[in-house]
Every structure is written in C-alpha cells, then in structure tokens.
Design a binder for this molecule. Structure first.
Ligand code: KIV
Length: 273
C-alpha cells in the first residue's frame, strides 16, 4: 500500500485546485463534520474537506439530507474549521437555504462564511439556482457546484439511482455545468452519473470536476468519510470503496471495555488515584 504525504504544506486554495487540474494532479476530497475527524483527515493530507449535508444522514440519523438546518451546518462547519490547517474547507448550503430568494440565499451564505470561517460553499443545482449562485459569487464567496444525483432533490426523483443516463438529462447536465463555470464557480461535484458523461464534462470545463460515483476520468474524487472508513453499515453502492472496517474495530473495543468493567478488570490499581 502506498501512502500519500503532501509535499506542499501550504493552505489549499481554490486557485491551487485549478492549478492541480492543469498539471493533471488528482484532487482528494472527503467529508468531515467534527473537530476530531477533521484534524485526522487534514493531517493525513487531504486536499479538500467537505462539511457535507450528509451529516443529516451519518451524524443525525435522518433518512435524507433535507432536515438539516442552516444553524446545524454552521455548528459542523465551525467545528471542522477549528481543526483544519491545510485543506480547503467547503460547507454545504442545506436544503431550503438558497432556493427561496436570491436575497435570502446571499444572506444565508454570508452568515455561514462569517460564523464558520470556511473557505467556500457548495450548492446543488444548475439553471434553477443560477441567479442565487451569481449573487453569492458577487459577494466574494467561492462556490462549488453539484450536479447529477442531487440528494436535496430526492423527493423529486423518488430514487437514488444513476442520473443522466438518457440524452435529454445528459444534455441538461452539460449545459448546467457550463453555466456554473461561466458564472464563476471554482469547481464542480458530479454525483452518480455515467463515467463517459463525467469524462466529457471534465474535458469541456476548465474548472476541476470532482466525482462521486462518476468514474476515474474526472479531476478528483470525493467520498463520505464514515462510508469509506466502514463506520456506516448497509450502504453499499458500487462506487464505494471501504478502506477500513472501523465499525468492527469500535464494536470490539466497546465489547472489550464492557467485559472489563463487568469483570472488575477495569480500572486496575495503576488506573486510579
Ligand atoms: O453531503 C455530502 O456528503 C456530499 C457529497 C456526497 C459530495 O454532497
């Protein structure tokens, strides 16, 4: 197993991500929602940390990302930013915080940036939200777009299956991707779309395209930390590679502790005052 250590200890910026795309260096991105995890992920050398609204699923136990609030995202964002020295920190704008009006979108975006001190925000959608995207960008806030499977729209789709398999949806996705780039987004996430389509988008855009379930011909990859560490169970999409089985490690540690407590093995004489 080859282990990556970043040669460049400088803080990752949106500009450096574009330079990485230009020189063909793949971008690594993972989610984090709290201080302890973010510190580990940052020290390991990740390029981008996403404070994803997937916190709604993996931290709060909701079925979808829809219930998480702006204040909850701010809480997670602040916790992560406190831990991070090198990675670019991107915070997801939650469902309902940017779709109602452009004014509200900008106010909410400014609130997230002011309180969390994050580096950028991520919004789901294309032409439908382009005015809000432009207004937030005009306020000087960098935006990462998100197209393909957009979990905040799950009630519209009714399924988490692969998106943009037909020509009409694929053409709309390409048009939306170009619109987001023209508006000034610094990067784009493509979730669960055919690899050939993602490859085409990455080739046609100059900004970095980061995939999750979008194949290997994009400029970087993102996974949900709890999934790739094997903490979550029962979620087994084809695109998910598990790098550890922390669920078993934790279960064994907790069971060991319980049996030590029950048998009076813990604490021993060296573990008391
Ligand atoms: O919220 C999240 O974790 C995400 C990733 C799946 C890209 O948006």
């Amino acid at each position: 197993m080859s282990v990556h250590t970043p040669e460049d200890a400088r803080k990752v910026t949106t500009r450096r991500l574009c330079e990485m795309k230009q020189r063909g260096e793949k971008i690594s991105m993972l989610t984090s929602y709290d201080y302890t995890m973010a510190e580990i992920v940052d020290k390991a050398g990740i390029d981008v940390i996403l404070v994803g609204d997937s916190a709604s699923n993996v931290v709060a136990g909701n079925v979808t990302t829809l219930p998480i609030t702006l204040d909850q995202m701010i809480y997670h964002g602040k916790s992560v930013v406190r831990a991070v020295k090198r990675a670019l920190v991107v915070v997801d704008m939650p469902f309902g915080s940017y779709q109602t009006s452009d004014v509200e979108a900008v106010q909410n975006a400014i609130k997230v940036m002011k309180i969390t001190h994050a580096d950028a925000l991520k919004l789901e959608g294309g032409v439908e939200i382009i005015d809000a995207v432009k207004k937030i960008l005009a306020a000087g806030i960098p935006i990462m777009g998100h197209l393909g499977l957009m979990p905040q729209s799950i009630n519209k789709y009714g399924t988490y299956t692969v998106r943009a398999k037909d020509d009409e949806e694929a053409e709309k996705l390409i048009a939306d991707a170009k619109l987001l780039e023209e508006a000034g987004c610094f990067a784009l996430v493509l979730e669960k779309i055919p690899a050939k389509l993602a490859e085409r988008v990455a080739k046609e855009l100059t900004i970095p395209v980061i995939g999750i379930g979008a194949g290997g011909a994009v400029d970087g990859q993102v996974l949900v930390l709890h999934d790739m560490l094997g903490l979550t169970q029962g979620f087994t999409p084809r695109f998910l590679r598990r790098y550890a089985d922390l669920n078993s490690v934790m279960t064994e540690a907790v069971q060991h502790y319980i049996s030590d407590v029950k048998s009076c093995d813990f604490p021993n004489t060296q573990e008391q005052y």
